[in-house]
Design a protein around this ligand. Sequence first.
Ligand code: ACO
Ligand code: OAA
Length: 370
Amino acid sequence: MTATKGLEGIVATTSSISSIIDGYLTYRGINIDELAEQATFEEVAYLLWFGKLPTQSELDQLLADLSKEAAVPAEMISQLRTYPKDANSMAALRSAVSSLALYDAEANDMSKEANIRKAIRLQAQLPTIVAAFARIRQGLEPVAPKQGVSVAHNFLYMLTGQEPDEVAVKALDTALVLHADHELNASTFAARVTVATLSDIYSGVTSAIGALKGPLHGGANEAVMAMLEEIGSPDQVESYISGKLENKEKIMGFGHRVYKNGDPRAKHLMKMSRELGELTGNLRWYDMSIRIEELVTGQKGLKPNVDFYSASVYTSLEIPRDLFTPIFAISRLSGWTAHILEQYDNNRLIRPRAEYTGPEKAQYIPVSKR
Ligand SMILES: CC(=O)SCCNC(=O)CCNC(=O)[C@H](O)C(C)(C)COP(=O)(O)OP(=O)(O)OC[C@H]1O[C@@H](n2cnc3c(N)ncnc32)[C@H](O)[C@@H]1OP(=O)(O)O
Ligand SMILES: O=C([O-])CC(=O)C(=O)O
């Protein structure tokens, strides 16, 4: 038995949800470029869950269900008030989602119908939790979800307490479309491993949030913004990046296990970063990002991934840095739950082997003789 480090190149499951073939990403066979330009996040969530685009009435029903389910139990808000104000927002989200199961009467109902209802409920409630925690830690009261608006609209509304402008809603909606699913990435795999024991959907999503939090995965978007802030201005980019590369340090937001010729999502986020920068009259983050890309691609051949330009997009939308990864989770919840449903439909315990590298034939020595 020989291990493959990081399971690179290992095909661990079949899936009909999303594909990455020759650098092209599709959700249920539809190219991400088409979806980014034309679809709403709710259409994409429906597509991931049900395998087809919704009709107008199916979409209306989903929007109504998401509105109906968006409020979280009062116990959840009380619990969020007890979290330390400086808690990491992904740690807070991970704890909150785990706790949500305690207040869901269907939490342990493993029927397909109940699991679909829970996927929709979680999709509706995640933005409410992220926004409520963001406000509570600032000493503000949570804002109740608004009925009849999109996930992107509702999130910005609950975060600020004000009606968001249309440009911001559209930009966030497109970002949610771009992050919704990505084949067998680490957090989705974690979710599938968890539910393959026939554990419940909340356990799967809690595992996934934990995996997404790390800076080699979803946490990279916050690390990118931290880097941009540390660099400070476009004229400092060259010395900073050259220094990092000489020291063999990683540049966050670059590289990818599967894409070697570039992440097809990055160009959409780059365009959004420029447009939002122009609109807000602040192109500093975009200009710095472009210069970083020139240097990292020029010197290392590495291309930006989905996390790189999302950092400047979210900053232009005035979203605090430590909500970037929770926003990724809000979007990816649709993909995680689609994969969880697919896993349940054709389940087998996921249990690979390890190549043993420890000592052979060691003997037990009683504690008195050690
Ligand atoms: C939504 C997402 O999860 S997208 C990914 C988000 N993560 C990041 O942006 C973090 C920075 N990027 C990375 O750490 C990696 O590129 C990963 C984790 C995304 C992919 O990792 P792997 O496929 O395991 O590649 P690995 O880390 O082995 O890198 C291969 C080589 O490229 C180098 N490399 C990879 N990414 C980078 C980077 N961002 N900056 C500098 N060098 C890099 C490595 O140092 C390594 O060099 P070596 O062969 O000389 O040792
Ligand atoms: O697929 C991966 O390894 C990481 C990624 O880009 C994602 O999850 O969107």
